[in-house]
Every structure is written in C-alpha cells, then in structure tokens.
Design a protein around this ligand. Sequence first.
Ligand code: ADP
Ligand code: MG
Length: 246
Amino acid sequence: MSAPPVIAARGLVKQFQGLRALDGVDISVGRGEVVVIIGQSGSGKSTLIRCLNGLVEPDAGEVLVGGEAVRTHSQADWRRLRQRIGMVFQDYSLFPHLTVTRNITLAPVRTGRATQAEAEALARQLLERVRLPEKADAYPVELSGGQQQRVAIARALAMRPDAMLFDEPTSALDPETIQEVLDLMRELAQDGMTMVIVSHEMGFAREVADRVVFIDRGRVVETGPPDAIFRKAQEARTRDFLAKIL
Ligand code: ADP
Ligand code: MG
C-alpha cells in the first residue's frame, strides 16, 4: 500500500454569512510534495489553507493528516493538527514582546516537546539555517520584513512539522527582500519538506512547485504540473487568470 498523503482534505465547505468561501474542495499532498495554490483575491485560498491547519473549522468535509481524519468536535484532534502542520502568514505574526529566540522556543516548550535548553539549542540551529544567528536576542521590531519572515519560518520549523503551509509569505515584503524568503523556501523544498504555498510569485511556482492548484470561487478549477498549467491550461478561467497576472 502506498503511503497516505501527509495532508489532505475532502469536500471542504465553508460559508461566511451565506457566502461560500469554499464550495467542496478536495486536495491531497504527498510526502515531500510542493503544491502552490493560485487564484484571484477572494477565491478562498486563505480559507483553504487555514482549514488545513485547523485555524478555520469547515462547515462540511474533512481534513486528514497522515490519512487520519481530524474529528470535527475533537479539540484534541484540532490541537494535534496545529502542532503537526506549520503555518507562515503574510504578516509574520511574530510575538512583538518576545525576542527572536523566545519566539522560536515558545511552542516547543509549551507543548512539552522540548526542555527550555533543548529548545534554545534548536533555535540556534534554526537561526543558522535561516541565516540570522546574530539576531537571536533581537526583538521583531528591530528586523526587516524579510528577516521577520525568516524568523517566522524558523519558529514553524521548531515544531518539526510534517508539513508547512505558507499564505502569501512574500506579499507584504519589499521587493529586495522577497528573494531571500523565496530562496529559503526553495531550500526547504529541496530538503524534502512537504509544502503548501499560496503565492502570486509565478516564477517561483514554476520553478519549485510539483503541482499547481488553481482555485476560483471556492472550487478547484484545475490542477497539474507547473508546465501544464502555465503553458497549456485546459480551463478558460485558468487562462484568463494567468493572462492577467503574468
Ligand atoms: P483569498 O485568500 O483567496 O483572497 P479568502 O479565503 O480570504 O480568499 O476569502 C474567500 C471569501 O471569504 C472572500 O469573499 C472573503 O471576503 C470571505 N471571508 C474570508 N474570511 C472571512 C471571515 N472571517 N468573515 C467573513 N468573510 C470571510
Ligand atoms: Mg488570502
């Protein structure tokens, strides 16, 4: 039997005041796979990715981690989901009153995954990895946007997640710092991290994605390898979107 997907969803529906943000979405991400989700503003990308790590609870459908369904009313299941799936947001969401190191050590220590000393050793390793060892004792406000985003990635990695989700991780960055974050994400992909990335960086998607998923009005319209999507999309809606963005 083949390995179950690291993360998957079946039939996800989410309504906000009668508006269907997700209208029956299926997605499945295998180990080491990099999936880039594209689509216009308001199409449901953030809602989808938030369902995949339990920040949004769907009205219908289910999320599966390692082939096991997260039980709808089980707080323990949702908590476990959030611990196994790392999340990186557009606005970094670092804790402003904590140093870089404390931002990284907080979750592993709180959840009992590591002692303070272990978590600090891991934080040092991760700060090397994201090339910010000199910022261990800095506060978020002292860092550039790109540096804050790299710390946010280190913080997510500190939980040793099964997969990482990124919601427009470079949209809030200055053009000159976008590349340093994309470079880091490319390295993670090369190291075999399972990743789901919402992004408008089509060059990055083309280069790094194993699969691109185009969503529109809460539905998956088309999915395929980047070459197929960017060069010969089957659906008119996909082609229209790409014509506008490329
Ligand atoms: P995207 O990330 O593709 O821009 P979203 O998933 O953020 O799209 O939003 C999809 C739709 O759901 C939009 O119409 C948005 O206004 C709506 N929506 C998202 N989150 C909320 C919320 N918390 N309350 C009300 N409406 C929401
Ligand atoms: Mg969004």
